[in-house]
Design a protein around this ligand. Sequence first.
Ligand SMILES: Nc1ncnc2c1ncn2[C@@H]1O[C@H](COP(=O)(O)OP(=O)(O)O)[C@@H](O)[C@H]1O
Ligand SMILES: [Mg+2]
Length: 331
Amino acid sequence: MNNLLKVENLKQRFDLHSDFLDKIKFKNGKFSFVNKRVKAVNGVNFSIKKGEVFGLVGESGCGKSTTAKTIIKLYEPESGKIIFNGEDISNYNYKEMLPVRRNIQMIFQDPYASLNPRQRLQDIIMEPMLFHDIVSDRKEAYAKMLDIIEKVGLRREHAYRFPHQFSGGQRQRIGIARSLAVEPEFIIADEPVSALDVSIQAQILNILMDLKEEFHFSYLFIAHDLSVVKHISDRLGVMYLGFLVEKGNKEKIFSDPQHPYTKALFSAVPTIDGANLDEIIELEGQVPDPVNLPQGCCFHSRCPYSMPICEEERPELVEIEEDHMVACHLL
Ligand SMILES: Nc1ncnc2c1ncn2[C@@H]1O[C@H](COP(=O)(O)OP(=O)(O)O)[C@@H](O)[C@H]1O
Ligand SMILES: [Mg+2]
């Protein structure tokens, strides 16, 4: 199978726009100028094959959304490469990105925020089809729109409604329908069910899985909760403070998690059958400030097994078995 997406050493930082006076520091009799920067993504590598679902998990604030938004270049990458369908899109400008944007669709946690409140459902779905010349005229767009909204479990008569007339679950169906409208190959779903009731979560996950079967999509599926990615993903990446600490085949990670942080995430999931945990790890303390990344391993300040080397040297991801990599000095 070919790689659809390859992300190489991707980094993303944000300047904190503080006051001019906050940026001036006086030290050793001299003034200097300091820029505070949030180091959100710190050299991430992964690839996603055609037809594959790659789950990206980690606590809130660890850099999942920033990774996703950098891949579709809502943010210019600070450094690193993004290769999509064999094309290096890292330096593509807006115009060069247009066909790529059509092919990579994003589904957000809060679809309401990205739906135009004054547009009816039918226009929300038809507009991108017409813009990207997926259809030749409005008549074709209309027929296709009806087909798509039925696929996501909405009804014909919903076509004339406005976003505020739908429930949260229905709005997420609209978000999915809108991405289907342009026939993408790759969907980035950024916590698509986190804001929904548990009963509705299952419905939305089922729709996403059914669509994958039908259209052979690949997904980057982002969640802060392992139980959500468990069923949906083929492979997994565990992220902490902008670093991938463990990645690989889902079955292998679920049956034998190796990184202490992954084990801690598993401990937090009450119903994990199959995970072979020698002991429960409860995390103490806070995630370090991404403005001042710790030296050494990003996790050492919270790791119950931290050794002196962990405070000195940053561990690289190493392959411990086929398609299972871990970044930890213990191994
Ligand atoms: N536009 C931004 N400007 C400044 N900091 C940001 C911005 N977006 C995200 N961050 C910071 O980057 C880090 C990663 O955020 P994010 O990617 O949203 O995490 P996640 O999606 O895993 O919850 C956080 O510390 C967050 O505060
Ligand atoms: Mg996020």
